[in-house]
Ligand binder design. Sequence first.
Ligand SMILES: Nc1ncnc2c1ncn2[C@@H]1O[C@H](COP(=O)(O)OP(=O)(O)OP(=O)(O)O)[C@@H](O)[C@H]1O
Ligand SMILES: [Mg+2]
Length: 264
Amino acid sequence: MKLAITGKGGVGKTTLSALLAQVYADMGRQVLAVDADPSPCLAGALGFPDELREKLVPISEMDDLIYERTGARPGTTGGFFTLNPRVDDIPERFSVIHRGVRLLEMGAVDIGGSGCICPESAMLKTLFTHLLFRKDDVLILDMYAGVEHLGRATVDFVDAMLVVVEPTRRSLGTAAQIKKLANDIGLTRLWLVGNKVRNADESEFLSKETPGIPVLGYLTADLGVQEADRLGIAVYDHVPPLHNAAVKMAAELVAQIDNERSVS
Ligand SMILES: Nc1ncnc2c1ncn2[C@@H]1O[C@H](COP(=O)(O)OP(=O)(O)OP(=O)(O)O)[C@@H](O)[C@H]1O
Ligand SMILES: [Mg+2]
């Protein structure tokens, strides 16, 4: 099962990614969580201990590796380098595992249609495609922005894109844009997750104003989220209401995705 988590900045993509990753790991599934944020913080949200976090270096910052694999140094343009470097060993070699979640940091991924033709983008683009083609049991992509990472060729491999929103018109506006971009490249399996919901009015607002994306579930606003961050522990362990909501969403996704597979 391959899940891509998107949404406007700060809505709770990383919080949701960490919750779902840990839920699936505790169900005994093999989980690969990928942090595609330029300033990675999924390790913190998962409560990875410092000694493991120290071992993580975003792939985008591994200049020597990028040179070794592409034949050119990051930052150089105009020279020759390979557009499809070897990447198959990267997920195992450069990730760390904690409580059943394997975590890989990709770093700043500028591989969209921006036209950047440089060694680091060739490397990350190839790695991203590889991750989507791999036969991981559960892949969770914490994406820092819209759907720029996803090309038409990879869309078939994404089982669901979760669009995280807060109860604000602004984040719903971003969700509508994400939906359009996703639909443009043929991705229609979208789910809305309402986060930081304080009361029934807010969840009703989200369910009424959704830009045509079915609601998977809601996460309540909880001061325990910031507290967990301060204490360096996972929201999964520290905030039972969010833990429970994530368990329900994870089960619903399994049911929906397996259902769809059995129908098609
Ligand atoms: N349910 C919640 N209740 C209270 N605070 C929350 C909740 N979910 C997230 N937050 C807080 O909101 C902030 C953003 O959360 P998070 O990092 O998960 O969002 P993000 O979408 O990944 O952000 P970015 O776009 O910067 O990657 C954090 O400070 C987090 O503690
Ligand atoms: Mg984030």
